[in-house]
Design a protein around this ligand. Structure first.
Ligand code: BJW
Length: 230
């Protein structure tokens, strides 16, 4: 482990798959016959807020049924034992990394357990459903939306993410298909920084060629194995 001073880990839906959360490309990318792209955009929310809130209400409620798996736990233990700089960037909107115990953690696509008020921009904790009657704590209007980064919106904390990527010496990407930008381009930034780049996935992702190494297999087994090899 002593050979690395600045590690960045990117995770995607594949790390939570063995906890029982569907990935986006499961079910051919469909939810109740809607394409994910048709429920995860600001336009979809404007067109049919009830449908979009239902999509997120169901997924938020589903978090009560799942727990972190060995991949989440191994990352949390690794962060505690590593003395250099460590950043975990997740595209996932579940709270499994938080519950496992990671602290240097960025949810770049938002969080199911938060909402934000479109009037004031304030972010609130959100443990139950959002409906058309839900009022925010900041201005008491009914303008709450899920705190989720939809297609066409700017992912969160990009400056902090790029700053870590530009100086990292190890970049590990776990369980992401490499279909969605800017996350799919992080490996290129790490390559330019001269980092060792490793992908852990059930199968090579769309961007697999950009990584120096591939570890193929389920995250719950391969992540603990790989981290203990460092
Ligand atoms: C396992 C496993 C196991 C399974 N073990 N592995 C044309 C070209 C380029 C870009 C664009 C373009 N047109 C539009 C864009 C931009 C757009 C984009 O990328 N679109 C693509 C579809 C082309 N991106 C955006 O709009 C983003 N914003 C943006 O770009 O702003 C401008 C900007 C410019 C410059 C700098 C910065 C910003 C916003 C993207 C928001 C994404 N939002 C979503 C949905 C919202 C959250 C939610 O509802 O939950 O986020 S989309 C969805 O995909 C979700 C995910 O976080 C994201 C990534 O998916 P992920 O995690 O990779 O999951 P899957 O299902 O795809 O893959 C699972 C993987 O796990 C697979 O590989 C399996 O093999 C593996 N696996 N089981 C290990 N047990």
């Amino acid at each position: 482990m002593g050979q690395y001073r600045n590690i960045v880990v990117l995770t995607g839906a594949g790390i939570s798959a063995e906890s029982g959360i569907n990935t986006f490309r499961d079910n051919n990318g469909l939810w109740e016959n809607h394409r994910i792209e048709d429920v995860a955009t600001p336009e979809a929310f404007q067109r049919d807020p009830v449908l979009v809130q239902k999509f997120y209400n169901l997924r938020r409620a589903g978090l009560k049924e799942v727990v972190p798996n060995n991949a989440h736990k191994a990352l949390a233990e690794f962060e505690k034992s590593f003395s250099g700089d460590f950043l975990l960037v997740t595209q996932n909107v579940d709270d499994l990394h938080d519950r496992a115990g990671n602290e240097k953690l960025i949810h770049m696509h938002g969080e199911l357990l938060k909402s934000h008020c479109t009037t004031t921009g304030q972010v609130h904790r959100q443990s139950d459903d959002i409906s058309s009657d839900s009022r925010c704590l900041c201005c008491n209007t009914t303008t709450l939306r899920p705190h989720i980064v939809w297609f066409g919106e700017m992912p969160l904390q990009m400056e902090a993410i790029y700053s870590a990527l530009e100086t990292c010496d190890l970049f590990i990407s776990i369980g992401t298909s490499g279909n969605v930008y800017p996350a799919a381009g992080f490996v290129e930034v790490a390559n330019q920084a001269g980092a060792r780049t490793v992908e852990i996935n059930l199968e090579p992702s769309r961007g697999a060629d950009a990584f120096a190494e591939a570890v193929i297999g389920p995250a719950s087994i391969k992540v603990p194995e790989f981290l203990s090899s460092l």
